[in-house]
Design a protein around this ligand. Structure first.
Ligand code: FAD
Ligand code: FES
Length: 279
């Protein structure tokens, strides 16, 4: 396990510099400071007297940190009311990151707020000579996130899917992944072979990504979420059966071969009290 410095384990307050309303339920906050996060890592977001919750880092350029979140419950609905200039506590960065080699051809599969960390990956990977196919899926066109940002990057082709067909392919983003891998793994075509697939989004989508990657024998890295409290490996709340690995330190980004050994992957997750909840 990488040693996490004391200052990362304690919250530091950062001022909100900019707020972007992405969709009626999704906001992006830009904070006036960097935590030195890498793509795939997360931070613990703290509102004193309310709660502290994990959020993927949507971007960190060495000067600013960004998070993109859905207002879904007690903490996130209150967080969504914050204004530019307000202070928020952040701890981290924690966890593993997506890893690639220079010049890789990478497919990104994003669902929900997973589009934010996928943009963070793409923005860094292109600087290492990588080419990327970014597949973003949502229920309908209003819910698609980070489309313009991904389209603005060089060497990134964007593919969209919506469940209702209001934009892009009608169906799941994983249907597009299947088609892309089917073509690019064919030696007769001109398309470069896919070196890696990265994915972030709902767990049932990740399960489908793993199945498709196994079918075409392409390595994948998936971001898994479990209930997190400490964020750096001491409380044990985020361990998964039967391996006992802690997803806050051994994850959230986990290789496909490890996911395959997690019996609860796509089956159940545990709440704050350790009780099992089916997906
Ligand atoms: C590594 C990681 C990265 C995440 N990144 C993002 C992100 O970028 N954007 C985003 O919108 N959401 C993200 N989440 C989910 C986010 O943490 C929950 O949506 C949030 O905690 C909800 O809290 P709430 O109080 O608003 O809602 P609640 O009503 O309290 O909870 C709603 C649901 O959120 C989940 N949740 C609540 N607290 C936690 C917790 N401490 N740890 C894990 N899950 C929890 C539970 O499944 C719960 O049923 C991430 C979760 C993890 C584990
Ligand atoms: S959140 Fe405490 S060990 Fe992972």
């Amino acid at each position: 396990m990488t040693q996490i410095p004391l200052e990362s384990r304690l919250p530091t307050t950062y001022r909100i510099k900019e707020i972007r309303q992405e969709t009626p339920m999704v906001k992006t906050f830009t904070f006036d400071g960097s935590l030195g996060a890498k793509p795939g890592q997360f931070v613990m977001v703290w509102l004193p007297g309310v709660d502290e919750i994990p959020m993927s880092v949507a971007f960190d350029d060495g000067a600013h940190t960004r998070i993109t979140f859905f207002a879904v419950g007690g903490m996130t609905e209150i967080l969504a009311e914050a204004k530019v200039g307000d202070l928020v506590g952040l701890r981290g960065p924690f966890g593993t990151r997506y890893t690639w080699d220079p010049g890789d051809h990478i497919v990104l599969v994003a669902g929900g707020y997973g589009a934010a960390p996928m943009y963070f990956v793409a923005s860094q990977a292109v600087t290492h000579g990588c080419t990327l196919e970014a597949i973003i899926g949502a229920r309908s066109k209003e819910h698609l996130l980070y489309v313009k940002e991904l389209e603005s990057l060089p060497h990134v082709s964007v593919h969209l899917s919506t469940d209702d067909g209001s934009m892009g392919f009608k169906g799941y983003n994983t249907n597009i992944l299947d088609k892309l891998l089917n073509v690019t793994q064919d030696a007769e075509t001109q398309d470069p072979p896919v070196d890696k697939v990265f994915s972030c989004g709902p767990e049932m989508m990740l399960k489908s990504v793993l199945t498709i990657c196994d079918k075409y024998n392409v390595p994948c890295q998936l971001s898994l979420e479990r209930y997190m409290k400490c964020g750096f490996g001491i409380c044990g709340n985020c361990t998964v059966d039967p391996l006992g690995v802690r997803l806050c330190t051994d994850g959230p980004v986990v290789k496909g071969e490890v996911c395959r050994k997690i019996a609860e992957f796509g089956v159940y997750h545990r709440d704050d009290l350790g009780k099992k909840n089916a997906f």
